[in-house]
Design a protein around this ligand. Structure first.
Ligand SMILES: CC(C)(COP(=O)(O)OP(=O)(O)OC[C@H]1O[C@@H](n2cnc3c(N)ncnc32)[C@H](O)[C@@H]1OP(=O)(O)O)[C@@H](O)C(=O)NCCC(=O)NCCS
Length: 170
C-alpha cells in the first residue's frame, strides 16, 4: 500500500523523500537526538540520504516527513507493518522543532491511520529505558508499558534493554 499524506490542524505528514535528507540531517546528525537510536549520529547528509533509502525499501514501511504545512521536514515518523495487523512506530524530531507537540500530533494521526485504513489491531514501540521523552510521548498517546526485553540491542552506547510499549485498537 502506498503511503498517503495525512493532515490535521497545523500538521501535514507527507511521504518522506530522498530530498528530505538535508533537513533530516539536523536530527540524524545530532548526537543527542541519536543517543537512544539504534545507530550513532550520521556523519554527513549522504549518510542520512542512504538511511532514508534503506528505510523506504523496508517491506511494509510507511514513512512520513513531519511538516507544518507540507514544506520542510521537521522530523520523521515511520510505521512498519511487521505482520498482519501488527505495526511498530519510530519517530525522531529535529532538536529545534521538539517540545512543540508536533511529535504527539503526528503520532495520533499515524495511529488513526494504522487502526483505520491499514486495519491494524496492535501498534508497538521499542524504546530505550533511559529515553524518558520518548516513553512520555507514547504514554500520552495511550500506550501501555508491557515489559522489558533484556539486552535486546547492541548500539553505540552498549548493550541495551528495550521497553516494549503498545496500544491496541479499541
Ligand atoms: C521523542 C521525541 C520524538 C519527542 O518529540 P517532541 O517533539 O519533543 O514531542 P512533543 O513536542 O509532542 O512532546 C514533548 C513535550 O512537549 C510538551 N508540549 C509542548 N507544547 C506542546 C503542545 N502544543 N502540545 C502537546 N505537547 C506539548 C509535551 O507535553 C511534552 O512534554 P513532556 O516530555 O514533559 O511529556 C524527540 O524527543 C526526539 O526526536 N528524540 C530523539 C529520537 C528518539 O529517541 N526517538 C524515539 C525512538 S523510540
Amino acid at each position: 500500500m502506498t503511503t498517503q499524506t495525512l493532515t490535521a490542524p497545523g500538521l501535514v505528514l507527507r511521504p518522506l523523500e530522498l530530498a528530505d535528507a538535508e533537513a533530516l540531517y539536523a536530527a540524524h546528525g545530532d548526537a543527542e537526538s541519536h543517543q537512544y537510536w539504534s545507530s550513532p549520529a550520521h556523519k554527513n547528509v549522504e549518510e542520512t540520504r542512504a538511511y532514508i533509502e534503506e528505510t523506504l525499501a523496508i517491506k511494509g514501511a510507511h514513512v512520513w516527513a513531519i511538516t507544518e504545512s507540507g514544506g520542510a521536514a521537521l522530523g520523521r515518523i515511520a510505521l512498519f507493518v511487521l505482520r498482519e495487523g501488527v505495526g511498530e512506530i519510530g519517530v525522531i524530531m529535529r532538536p529545534e522543532a521538539s517540545g512543540r507537540g508536533l511529535a504527539s500530533k503526528a503520532l495520533d494521526l499515524v495511529l488513526a491511520h494504522g487502526f483505520g485504513p491499514l486495519g491494524l489491531h496492535r501498534v508497538a514501540a521499542d524504546i530505550d529505558p533511559d529515553n524518558s521523552s520518548s516513553i512520555s510521548l507514547f504514554l500520552r498517546a495511550g500506550f501501555t508499558q508491557e515489559g522489558v526485553l533484556r539486552a535486546n540491542w547492541k548500539t553505540h552506547i552498549g548493550v541495551r534493554d528495550s521497553v516494549i510499549m503498545a496500544k491496541l485498537k479499541v
